[in-house]
Ligand binder design. Structure first.
Ligand SMILES: Cc1cc2nc3c(=O)[nH]c(=O)nc-3n(C[C@H](O)[C@H](O)[C@H](O)COP(=O)(O)OP(=O)(O)OC[C@H]3O[C@@H](n4cnc5c(N)ncnc54)[C@H](O)[C@@H]3O)c2cc1C
Length: 137
């Protein structure tokens, strides 16, 4: 299946990414690992005019703990989260869950921020199927 054409923007800094989000006409989408976004575009479920890649932005894969608070960059992958000693030591359930959320191949690219964003915004499951509306009691 052919991808509908879009402009690929590859900023080097967070400021450039934010600027690109603000100044582009039409629909713009950030892309992290691409494991959810690319299939959605291929299936025609979304049709962005611009895709803003985060992979060149430095510092976004950072994982650090400060005063008991875990700080995760927007490009931290599930595999990175699963392996990071600081997460395994302080947040072992998170580390364990991150390693089990999908296959190792998907976990090596899929980010937590992409997961949160794709689950929160759309009423779809991870296969792109529309979720049933919540039941009223
Ligand atoms: C074969 C296959 C198997 C999968 N298996 C599973 C599974 O078992 N369980 C599961 O939960 N998921 C699964 N997924 C779905 C997907 O891998 C996860 O949802 C993943 O975490 C998405 O992360 P990503 O970095 O690839 O996001 P992307 O695909 O890059 O982006 C997903 C969405 O998040 C937005 N986004 C990304 N980064 C940011 C950011 N920093 N700020 C704001 N918005 C952002 C994008 O614009 C897009 O709308 C699977 C996908 C595939 C293709």
């Amino acid at each position: 299946m052919r991808l509908r054409p879009f402009e690929l923007i590859q900023p080097d800094t967070v400021a450039e990414a934010v600027d690109a989000l603000g100044r582009t006409d039409g629909e713009a989408k950030l892309i992290a690992g691409g494991t959810a976004l690319v299939p959605m575009i291929r299936l025609g479920l979304i049709r962005p005019d611009h895709v803003i890649a985060l992979h060149r932005v430095s510092g976004l894969a950072e994982i650090r703990a400060e005063q008991g608070v875990l700080h995760l960059g927007a490009m931290v992958t599930m595999a990175g989260l699963h392996r990071a000693p600081v997460v395994r030591g302080g947040w072992p359930l998170l580390a364990e869950a991150a390693g089990r959320v999908a296959t190792p191949a998907i976990c090596s690219s899929a980010t937590l921020s992409g997961w949160i964003s794709s689950k929160g915004r759309r009423r779809m499951d991870w296969r792109g199927r529309r979720r049933a509306p919540p039941r009223r009691s």
